[in-house]
Design a protein around this ligand. Structure first.
Ligand SMILES: Cc1ncc(COP(=O)(O)O)c(C=O)c1O
Length: 374
């Protein structure tokens, strides 16, 4: 049996007529960049989040640095995040010109540990970038409290958790802005790259609209800017998919529960958990081996059995070769939890279109390996 890591083609086939309809609408509109489909999708996305504004950009990395720039964050400023995220979180801070300050993650959720933030704050600190890692919200209430006390901006890196929420809070509600990635492998992905910024702040929205379009919101009138727009074909795909995102996330939750029920007796894994009152949308179902030296051997067993398991992310950002490439970076205190996560993580196949047989096959191969350990 083969179990793929992604189900892009299955998903396309399931809603092909809706996607094809929107693509045809765009193709026949004659407007492909900053056209009516982008406008429509932006208002649908804002409504989905219960936010005032959504602005489509080229990708999720640009969404972060455009937001930092819109907030005036640049060289000499410090931005706090954690090192066990996708590389782009830190990369975006560097692109904006600021210094990345890494603090440790929470050992359970793997999101930033709010208790580690305050001691990392200096006079240069301007913002915190929590990541809703693997599809579970960071503890935004605690992060907001620290941010308010020190008058810091908060930008939620929401590349992985559209449709998730916390205990009594929505994504985008307790921050200046939340950024999304629509690269195909995300819970809400297009057939290529895309991103967006969702905000209630009119100034952030207006600044990003200008920055993404060569510094222009009026024909022939420019200031310094970039080309980072979500094009209308992608907006059409996303507009069709947005109607299904809650149901797809429900399916991810169903497969996560099935993995957890199947694997809970294993002695060599730590399984993911959902915080009380939160909705985890399982962009990734990440288990950890009890010992770092077990990880690669277990991954090979799965891969050899036809299961496309992967690691997210097996090299923490501060452990990448050549770190920090001349860019401003600080590691504040121990980041042992983040390093442990990098050393032991394994992502099992996770997408809405999985089947019971596939999930059960992954569980049985994992249990076989677990039982064979001393
Ligand atoms: C946590 C996180 N931040 C940022 C990004 C960057 O998004 P993109 O690839 O669309 O630039 C990604 C995904 O790629 C991500 O997982």
């Amino acid at each position: 049996m083969k179990v793929e890591f992604y189900g892009h083609i299955r998903q396309y086939r399931n809603i092909q007529s809706e996607i094809d309809h929107n693509l045809k609408t765009v193709l026949e509109s004659g407007q492909y960049v900053m056209g009516p489909m982008l406008k429509r999708f932006e208002s649908e996305l804002a409504a989905y989040h219960g936010s005032k504004f959504a602005v489509g950009v080229g990708n999720g990395t640009d969404a972060i640095w455009l937001t930092l720039m819109a907030l005036g964050i640049s060289q000499g400023d410090e931005v706090i995040t954690h090192p066990n995220t996708f590389f782009a979180t830190a990369e975006a801070i560097w692109i904006a010109g600021a210094t990345v300050v890494f603090v440790d993650c929470d050992p359970q959720t793997k999101c930033i540990d709010p208790n580690k933030i305050e001691s990392a704050i200096t006079l240069k600190t301007k913002a915190i970038v929590p990541v809703h890692l693997y599809g579970q919200c960071a503890d935004m209430k605690a992060i907001r409290r620290v941010a308010d006390k020190h008058k810091l901006h908060v930008i939620e890196d929401n590349a992985q958790a559209i449709g998730a929420h916390g205990d009594g809070f929505k994504i985008g509600q307790l921050s200046d802005a939340a950024t999304s990635s629509f690269i195909i492998q995300k819970n809400f992905g297009t057939f290529g790259d895309g991103g967006a910024v969702v905000t209630n702040n009119e100034r952030i929205d207006a600044a990003i609209r200008k920055l993404r379009n060569h510094g222009s919101n009026q024909r022939n009138v420019h200031s310094f800017g970039f080309n980072s727009r979500l094009d209308d074909l992608h907006a059409g795909v996303l507009s069709a998919k947005l109607k299904h995102i809650d149901a797809w996330n429900d399916l991810r939750r169903k497969w996560a529960a099935r993995y957890t029920a199947g694997l809970k007796s294993a002695k060599n894994f730590t399984l993911p958990s959902e915080r009380k009152g939160y909705r985890h949308v399982y962009h990734l179902y990440v288990i950890e081996t009890k010992k770092p030296e077990q990880r690669d051997a277990f991954l090979k067993v799965l891969n050899d059995a036809g299961i496309d398991a992967k690691t997210h992310y097996s090299i923490a950002i501060h452990q990448q070769p050549g770190f920090s490439w001349g860019k401003g970076a600080q590691i504040h205190g121990s980041v042992a939890n983040a390093e442990q996560n990098a050393a032991t993580c394994i992502s099992l196949p996770m997408y809405p279109e999985l089947t019971e047989q596939e999930v059960d096959y992954v569980v049985s191969k994992s249990l076989d390996w677990d039982k064979a350990q001393k």
